[in-house]
Design a protein around this ligand. Structure first.
Ligand SMILES: Cc1cc2nc3c(=O)[nH]c(=O)nc-3n(C[C@H](O)[C@H](O)[C@H](O)COP(=O)(O)OP(=O)(O)OC[C@H]3O[C@@H](n4cnc5c(N)ncnc54)[C@H](O)[C@@H]3O)c2cc1C
Length: 403
């Protein structure tokens, strides 16, 4: 029997794919979701996870539209109201305050697993979604009025639109013939949960070291003022050494690298590492195919913007498809999404690569220039407001679902 043509197949049940699924399900679209595995269920008595996202206020609004923010908040969220960025090679620093933005906070530190499990729970309450898990796509064939997706178990799905939300190694991007440019940073991002001797003061701390930035992000939910998640982006060789060190040596190294800002640091979880690269799909759409999130682009985590960029993709794509009388897979419609996203993604990627390069140089004139620039920026409220507006997803041209 030939499969019925549904509205959208989403491949990838990560943060981007599940958020899109929730928004589209609310628009009454028929959906199939394909992933190799399901998000793990949240265990309130279990340990917190090391991998976190700094969710911007704009992304929080998207989660509110999606109907999941209250569920995320009930589990474990830490608001940060201040951000301090400082330089190992000089005394320069820059501070950002929520009150300067007339906002209750600058953002929210949330474990990735909490976001995903809450998005998944919300979808469980919606009937009619076809879950193909565990599932993986073998082949894609695009026709005039539909796209046909064959899974590795030979199941065939048919839809008007196929969305690739399957991360930086996207199979959908590859099967759709969309080329991808990747520039490695030659760094690993090391994440771990730590206890800090001094309270984190609901502040996101980031120190730029010659070998890459170390962030201590306040985590652990209300009341846990000595728990942080570290995101340490370090040059590959040094990062490999850090990963090989025993816990005591690693703790000493984090304490030293953070300039003892929060006193002595002790590990509360295992370490995990991720290789870092800037990646960009040459196109975000093709007839009947759209890419979102890491499948479309990856950036350096130094400003905590990767997932936020992906969630903005989701908001723009959902808005583009909302109420459209046109065929959902029509190239002209999908180009509206692509045109709206390519500019911001491009600017963000270049900005992150420039920051990473400027802060990793050991040239004295460059260090003097960047210290002067940091100090100057720290004294310019309009400039800080401009940067924060972008980072917080509050720019005036933000998508409808982020307003
Ligand atoms: C160390 C580090 C720290 C970060 N910190 C932040 C931060 O603070 N703020 C921020 O905004 N961003 C941050 N990011 C970026 C952020 O984590 C990612 O941008 C985000 O998780 C991407 O989500 P996604 O859903 O697009 O992709 P993914 O999370 O990669 O999800 C892809 C999904 O697709 C599935 N999949 C993959 N291949 C297949 C296949 N062939 N078939 C079926 N399913 C498949 C996977 O199982 C997975 O569920 C950080 C990144 C790193 C590395």
């Amino acid at each position: 029997m030939t499969a019925q043509v549904i509205d959208v197949i989403i491949v990838g049940a990560g943060m981007s794919g599940l958020t899109l699924a929730n928004l589209l399900a609310r628009q009454g679209r028929s959906l199939a979701i394909v992933d190799r595995c399901l998000p793990a269920e949240f265990d309130p008595s279990g340990p917190s996870h090391a991998r976190v996202t700094a969710v911007s206020p704009g992304s929080k609004t998207i989660f509110e539209y999606t109907g999941v923010w209250s569920g995320i908040k009930e589990k474990r969220v830490m608001e940060f109201k201040k951000m301090v960025v400082w330089d190992e090679a000089s005394t320069a620093s820059i501070k950002f305050f929520a009150e300067d933005m007339s906002q209750p906070c600058l953002g929210y530190i949330v474990e990735n697993s909490i976001i995903q499990s809450t998005l998944y729970e919300a979808l469980q309450k919606i009937s009619g979604i076809q879950w193909c898990v565990p599932g993986s796509v073998e082949n894609v064939s695009c026709h005039d009025h539909e796209i046909e997706v064959t899974l590795t178990d030979n199941q065939v799905l048919r839809a008007k639109l196929l969305v690739g939300a399957d991360g930086s190694r996207s199979a959908i991007r590859h099967l759709a013939g969309i080329s991808y440019t990747e520039t490695p940073y030659h760094q690993l991002g090391i994440v771990a949960k730590v206890h800090t001797e001094l309270p984190h003061e609901c502040t996101a701390w980031q120190r730029f070291l010659k070998t890459g930035p170390l962030a201590l992000l306040p985590a652990g939910g209300e009341g846990a003022h000595h728990e942080c998640s570290i995101v340490w982006s370090a040059d590959s060789e040094y990062a490999s050494q850090l990963m090989r060190m025993d816990d005591r040596n690693f703790e000493q190294e984090v304490t030293r690298a953070s300039g003892q800002q929060l006193g002595k640091v002790t590990l509360k979880s295992k370490r995990a590492s991720f290789s870092l690269a800037s990646g960009q799909a040459q196109a975000l759409v093709k007839p009947r195919v759209a890419l979102i999130g890491d499948a479309a682009h990856t950036i350096h985590p130094l400003a905590g913007q990767g997932a936020n960029l992906g969630l903005t993709d989701v908001a723009v794509l959902a808005d583009t498809l909302a109420g459209s009388k046109r065929d959902l897979g029509s190239y002209r419609l999908l180009r509206v999404y692509e045109r709206a996203r390519k500019g911001e993604v491009h600017v963000m990627q270049h900005a992150m690569s420039a920051f990473a390069a400027v802060f990793s140089t050991s040239s004295l004139p460059a260090i003097v220039a960047r210290s002067a620039a940091l100090s100057l920026a720290d004294h310019s409220l309009p400039l800080k407001r401009f940067f924060m507006k972008q980072a917080m997803g509050l720019s005036s041209d933000r998508p409808v679902f982020a307003r």
